[in-house]
Design a binder for this molecule. Structure first.
Ligand SMILES: Cc1cc2nc3c(=O)[nH]c(=O)nc-3n(C[C@H](O)[C@H](O)[C@H](O)COP(=O)(O)O)c2cc1C
Length: 162
């Protein structure tokens, strides 16, 4: 298996989740982790599985993520398994107020085959003053991210067999 882990992160939490996922995936094959801002279409060549993570901004994807996805050629994810996650502040309970379902739709539009439901990892916001808002991942979320990898790998294998 060859996987690509793509993330966008403003304060570093989504990056930490992406790195935990990538680390757990290394047991199953080759994994590259790329910041979405450095992503080029050529990075997708030869990959079987693409996982993309983003923070939720304004109940959806940050503009930088929309712009980067819109710049990718149509069909670039054809034949690849895809999964999407977001990081979101805990008290927002509603699925449609998170970025990952929208992100997964975009990955499907680019030709990807979703293997698992969109996933959310939670942060709490500290110091919500105007300057320097800091978010912290809730305890146990990195462990939950590692467990999610098991699910992704099982489901992608099932797709390959089918
Ligand atoms: C401009 C902006 C808008 C945000 N909007 C939301 C939101 O609508 N819902 C939410 O749960 N969190 C929202 N947040 C909090 C982010 O989800 C949080 O900063 C993010 O998960 C942290 O990830 P990061 O450290 O990778 O940037 C917002 C944060 C910023 C900076």
């Amino acid at each position: 298996m060859k996987a690509l882990l793509v993330y966008y992160s403003k304060f570093g939490n989504t990056r930490k989740v992406a790195e935990a996922i990538a680390e757990a995936m290394k047991e199953a094959g080759e994994v590259r982790t790329i910041n979405l801002e450095q992503l080029a279409a050529a990075d997708f060549e030869g990959g079987d599985l693409v996982v993309v993570g983003t923070p939720t901004h304004a109940f959806s994807m940050p503009q930088a993520v929309r712009t980067a996805l819109a710049a990718l050629p149509p069909g670039i994810l054809a034949g690849k398994s895809v999964a999407a996650f977001d990081t979101t502040v805990r008290p927002w309970p509603l699925r449609h107020l998170r970025a990952s379902p929208k992100l997964l739709r975009q990955l499907r539009r680019l030709g990807g085959r979703p293997v698992v439901a969109p996933q959310t990892f939670f942060v709490q916001t500290k110091n919500p003053q105007r300057s320097g808002e800091i978010d912290l991942l809730l305890e146990g979320e990195l462990e939950r991210a590692r467990q999610w990898v098991g699910d992704i790998l099982d489901k992608s294998k099932a797709l390959v067999k089918a």
